[in-house]
Structures are given as C-alpha cells and as structure tokens.
Design a protein around this ligand. Structure first.
Ligand code: ADP
Length: 262
C-alpha cells in the first residue's frame, strides 16, 4: 500500500510538471507550424524550399501529437464516476478499438453478460482500453490476436502478483491479452513507471501504462500482468463489483459501496 501511495504521488508530481511543460511547448509549436504553413502556402509549386518547409510542418505535427498525449495524461480531468456495466463498456468503443489496433490485428471480444457493474468514469475506462490496445498493436507488428474478455470472479484469498496482491472479494474482471512479443522480467518490473518506454524515440511516451495504473487505482481496482518474451502479454484488471441493483440517486455522495454477496 505504501509503495502504491508513493507511486501515486510520483505520478501526480510528474503529471503536473509534464502538463505545464507540454502546455508551454505547444504554444511554441503552434507558432512554428503556423508560420511554416503560411510561407508554404505562398511558395510557387516548384520552389526548392517546399520540401524543407513540408518537413517542418510534419515534425511540428508529430510534436504536437506528443504534447497532446502528455496533456491528456496530466490533465485535471473532471471525473464522473458512475455505475458502468463492464460488458457494455467494451462494445461501446469497439470501433475506436478496431482503429487503435489496425487491420493487422484480429480483435476478439468475449463478453460475459454477468460480469457486473463497476464504479468508474466512462471516459477513463475507454482511455484504459485504448491504451492497452495500442500497446498490444505495437507488440504485434506482424499481426496477431487481441482478446478482450469480461467476466465475474470471486477470490476467497489474496492472490499475489508481480505488482502486488489482489485482496479477496468479488470482482468484475477485464482481461486484455495479446499474442505479441511479450516482455523480459526487467521490462515487466518497470512498465508502470511514468516515462518508461522501450519504444523508439517519437513512438513511445512511457505514459500509457502509468495512465492505466492511475485509472485502475482511482476506480479502486487492481491490475496484474503476466508476460513472457515471445509468448505475448496478459493484463487482468479486477474492478470491485457493485451490488446488482443500482444505488438510488438519493444516496449520500461518497457513501462506500458494498460488493454484492451473490
Ligand atoms: P509506451 O507505450 O509509450 O512505451 P507504456 O507505458 O504504455 O508506454 O508502456 C511501457 C512499456 O511497456 C512499453 O514501451 C513496452 O516495452 C512495454 N509494454 C507495454 N505493453 C506491452 C505489451 N502489450 N506487450 C509487450 N510490451 C508491452
């Protein structure tokens, strides 16, 4: 728990720092891009400087994409946690997921109708799924299968994992599995660190899984990962399952939710 707190504090500080940097940086990028665009528009079609200016615009575009990712990571999002049926959340963004993995990767979705309801912010939940899908795509450059599964599970005893222990309880479980390159133990140990990436410059920010980690924390869930080089990677997220009946709206805000004993 102390390690988790330290991680959360580290993320908070890094998030604020990165956010203000990204914001200022973006202003400069807009000046560079805007001026390059304006000059380019005035140049005759055969001007020798067109290619160089085109490169400037393209580089500024990529850099802007990067700052947008950093801003998304650090933004003080207004969270609207609400009851979400886990098995309804996945198909709701199926098209986005398909776009994230691209045509090379087969997307297999298996939904359990009884996976149950969880308390989460819908936008954060989509972000979590998309971050995992993008990583899976990157891990399968020659194609493969991304499986997203929902189910319900009751753990009667704490289950230890690489990154902590899942305490006993009833959970709505989300499994995200790829048939990609997998990870070494050394990589696995560091994947949730903000800015840790093994991807080439310009491709990875190292913020994807740190964000996923933060989202799972905020929904009171637990995140486990298993991976072997050459054999793919499986992320399992345990969300505390809500009681079957939605709480009446008159419930005092912030009242603790009890997991259903069914
Ligand atoms: P980024 O994707 O920008 O590198 P992440 O925090 O999302 O940042 O991931 C950190 C690192 O974890 C990646 O660079 C990669 O080495 C590893 N990783 C994450 N997901 C997977 C996966 N599905 N398969 C293999 N390696 C992965």
């Amino acid at each position: 728990a102390e390690e988790q707190l330290r991680q959360a504090q580290k993320m908070e500080a890094l998030g604020q720092f990165a956010g203000s940097m990204a914001h200022d940086f973006n202003n400069f990028l807009m000046v560079i891009r805007g001026n390059a665009d304006a000059v380019l528009a005035d140049l005759p079609a055969d001007d020798a400087a067109r290619e160089a200016l085109g490169d400037i615009v393209a580089a500024a575009d990529r850099a802007e994409g990067l700052t947008r990712q950093i801003l998304a990571f650090s933004r003080r999002q207004v969270l609207r946690p609400a009851r979400v049926e886990l098995s309804a959340a996945v198909p709701a963004i199926q098209r986005l997921l398909e776009q994230a993995v691209g045509p090379q990767v087969r997307l297999e979705i298996r939904l359990c109708p009884d996976a149950g309801g969880i308390r989460a912010d819908a936008t954060q939940l989509s972000q979590l799924l998309i971050n995992l899908a993008v990583n899976a795509r990157d891990a399968m450059p020659d194609g493969g299968t991304l499986t997203i599964e929902t189910t319900a599970v009751t753990l009667t005893r704490g289950t230890p994992h690489v990154h902590g222990v899942v305490p006993p309880g009833t959970y709505s479980m989300l499994t995200v599995r790829d048939t990609g390159v997998g990870m070494s133990e050394a990589t696995l140990a560091r994947i949730f660190e903000p800015f840790f990436t093994t991807k080439p410059r310009g491709r990875g920010t190292g913020l994807g899984l740190a964000t996923v980690y933060g989202i799972v924390q905020q929904s009171g869930g637990h995140l486990t990962v298993a991976s072997r080089p050459g054999e793919g990677t499986t992320f399992v997220i345990y969300f505390p399952q809500l009681a079957p009946e939605p709480a009446p709206p008159a419930d005092p805000a912030g009242a603790p939710t009890t997991a259903g004993g069914h």
